[in-house]
Write a protein that binds this ligand. Sequence first.
Ligand code: AVJ
Length: 323
Amino acid sequence: CHSLVSVEVHLHPDEARRALHQEALTGLCLHPKELSPKWLYDERGSQLFDDITRLPEYYPTRREREILRAHAQEAARLSGADTLIELGSGTSEKTRLLLDALRATGSLQRFVPFDVSEPFLRRAAATLAHDYPGLHVHAVVGDFERHLAHLPRGGRRLVAFLGGTIGNFKPEARARFFQQIAAQLAPGDGLLLGTDLIKDRARLFAAYNDSAGVTAEFNRNVLRVLNRELGADFDVDAFSHLAPFDEEQGWIEMRLVSRRAQRVRLPALQRSTVFEAGEVLRTEVSCKFRPRQVEAELSAAGLRLAARWTDRAEDFALSLAFK
Ligand code: AVJ
């Protein structure tokens, strides 16, 4: 039997490392210090995030799965897609709910997982091709902030962007992202978008400051990434985790707080950087949305909302929009 798996690479590891160098130069040597959340996801970081999704306090993954269980069929029917493209294709369990629903409509032909990690994608692609006989799995290695133009064309496509990862974009970047998605879609193509919703502050806080300290480890792990990739000498234990909810911005802000004044060497950048006691390095924002906000932002990009589903607690929303 011949394999229906192919892999297209737009982001090579050396290019990713160059991007990290560039970002570290601007992000670590300025005030306030900030890094993109994408550096959180090395092998260990991806494992830690996976652990986070099972924490009692971290509701988004469970809520989104609950919504998909209830409404994937309807989403599949409304989209009539033959191609499912998944951006930042994380947990294959949610992917399978969508693939099953599309297969049941009889239209499914192709699955396109799009992610930054080639080894991860190759494994996922092989497993899914095995479990869905006849399905063409075309994996694309890329950064969805830079390589969206390389999404495969043709057929009727449904782009899934799940988990609330859209929350990592600040409003301006998010508007650009929706514009770029809309520019890639043809009439009839759809976007299925998962967004976390604004809710009780205590529950929001607990989800990002869990009692077992897994999120803290996930956050601090970025310092290990910098030590490895830049030859830096961050003392990981000299930073504490804090992820407050910023009411004004409507986002959770994940921070590493320097416990003392310290200098960190960054040999790959031929620099060092100084942290004052209490100085903050921002490692992620995770935006939380108001019910009507998503619809307004999609529509501003020329994407028309066809359906919107939430879980019973209204913790999380899935929106389906068409070009
Ligand atoms: C993967 C971006 C959806 O924002 O909730 C989890 C990442 N950060 N705990 C989120 C995350 C801290 C997660 N996303």
